[in-house]
Every structure is written in structure tokens, then in C-alpha cells.
Ligand binder design. Structure first.
Ligand SMILES: C[S@@+](CC[C@H](N)C(=O)[O-])C[C@H]1O[C@@H](n2cnc3c(N)ncnc32)[C@H](O)[C@@H]1O
Length: 227
């Protein structure tokens, strides 16, 4: 079976289906346990502008807007999630698209991409990284949350017939760190089932949230002249 482009699949239908399945859960979501928000508190990140990519209905961004008086923009492919968010969270601006092609020109102090990269179609992963980097200001912070197995894993997406879509579990922060343009400020590991912070977690159930900082200047040691 020919595998479809799964970013397109999320834009066309799966994004709406995910939102419909999880809407009730988002409504009762406990922001006190939210890992990106906890990371912001722990490291005293107080942004003036925040972009969340794959933000669903923007409930996390609404909390950020209220706490930090920050300008908040949500990128999300699901029309259903955006419709809900626009009604409930007027402080959040929504852009309907996928992470690899974001029609925005401004840059942000903080970008959050939480539990999204594992669904990005592999043919669009580097374009997605480039978009996140393009939209983040120098000195700005990037929060990435995702699964963190011991080695990269590809798992069938159980809401679709076998072979149609996959969840790609890997260390996404490593790609940014390898560029030499980002430094790791912090990392939290937790249990996927209940998001509880834990040092020892079964690797197949382990998730992580990374706080990275983009450093356009100052990452390289000055070593004199080269000819
Ligand atoms: C597991 S949910 C996480 C939602 C939210 N980030 C959170 O932490 O609760 C993944 C979200 O990413 C969206 N998504 C899926 N593929 C995407 C893509 N290629 N670009 C941007 N968002 C995507 C889905 O529609 C969904 O809202």
C-alpha cells in the first residue's frame, strides 16, 4: 500500500478527528500539570510573544497570554480545533496550516511544539525544523515536548488502518543541538500516562520536554584567523 503524506492527512481530516476525540479531555485539562508551562515557571521564561505549533484549540496559549500578557499565535491544521479556540480564547490568533509551511513573517521570543513532531511526515521534517528556526528570534527559547525512547521508534498510528500513518518517536531536540546554534537549558522527563515527572521511566513510556535557547552569536569559541 502506498503511504499517504501524513501531514496532509492531518490537515485534511485526522487533525479534526484528533480534536473531536480529545475535546472533552482538553476541557478538563489540568494546566497546573502542563509540562511546557512548568518548564516556563522553572526557568523564569517570561516571553512577550509566543508561537505554538500544533496548538489544537490554543488552551495553553490562552493561559500564557493571561499569565505573561504575551502576544500569542497558534498554528494548527484542524479547522474544528480552530473554530473552538476562536470562540473560547479571543486572545489567541490562529493560523490554519501545517508546521512545514507557516505563513508568518514576524519572529517570536518563545516557540512551543508539544507532541506534534512525531506526526510530521518524514518528507517534511527538515522543512518543519527550518520553519521553527526561521520564526524564533535570536536569543529566543524553543520548548519541544515528545516521546523519548532509548532509540528511534516508528509505531503504527492505531486510529487508522495499518500502514497508513505512523508515530515517529525520537529525540527531536538533538537535531537542533547538532546544528551548534542551540544550547540546552533544561530537560524534564515524565511518564506519558500521567505526565508525572520521573527519573526512571520505562523507555517506551518516557516523554521529555526540552528547553533550548537559540544563540546566533557566541556558540563558537573564537580561534583566531584561518586562511
Ligand atoms: C497530540 S496533539 C497535541 C496538541 C497540543 N500541542 C498539546 O500539547 O496538547 C497534536 C496536534 O498537532 C496537530 N498536528 C498534526 N500534524 C501537524 C503538522 N504537520 N503541523 C502542525 N500541527 C500538526 C494536530 O492537529 C493536533 O492538534
Amino acid at each position: 500500500m502506498m503511504q499517504a503524506d501524513q501531514s496532509k492527512m492531518f490537515a485534511d481530516s485526522e487533525g479534526d478527528r484528533w480534536f473531536e476525540r480529545n475535546q472533552a479531555c482538553l476541557e478538563r485539562c489540568d494546566l497546573a500539570r502542563d509540562l511546557p508551562l512548568r518548564m516556563m515557571e522553572l526557568y523564569q521564561i517570561k516571553p512577550e510573544s509566543v508561537l505554538e505549533v500544533g496548538a489544537s484549540n490554543g488552551c495553553r496559549l490562552a493561559a500564557i497570554s493571561e499569565r505573561y500578557s504575551a502576544r500569542t499565535v497558534a498554528v494548527e491544521p484542524s479547522k474544528a480545533a480552530i473554530r473552538d479556540g476562536e470562540q473560547r480564547f479571543p486572545s489567541v490568533k490562529f493560523v490554519q496550516t501545517t508546521a512545514d509551511r507557516i505563513d508568518l513573517d514576524e519572529t517570536f521570543d518563545l516557540i512551543i511544539v508539544h507532541f506534534v513532531l512525531h506526526w510530521v511526515d518524514r518528507s517534511r521534517l527538515f522543512r518543519t525544523f527550518a520553519e521553527l528556526d526561521r520564526l524564533l528570534s535570536g536569543g529566543g527559547h524553543l520548548i519541544i515536548g515528545d516521546f523519548k525512547p532509548d532509540r528511534p521508534l516508528c509505531v503504527g498510528y492505531h486510529h487508522l488502518p495499518e500502514g497508513q500513518a505512523f508515530t515517529y518517536k525520537q529525540d527531536y531536540a538533538a537535531s537542533f543541538l547538532a546544528s551548534g546554534l542551540y544550547r540546552q537549558v533544561g530537560m524534564l522527563t515524565a511518564n506519558h500516562a500521567d505526565q508525572r515527572l520521573m527519573a526512571e521511566v520505562d523507555p517506551n513510556d518516557r516523554i521529555a520536554v526540552w528547553l533550548l535557547q537559540k544563540q546566533l552569536a557566541g556558540v563558537h569559541e573564537v580561534a583566531g584567523f584561518s586562511g
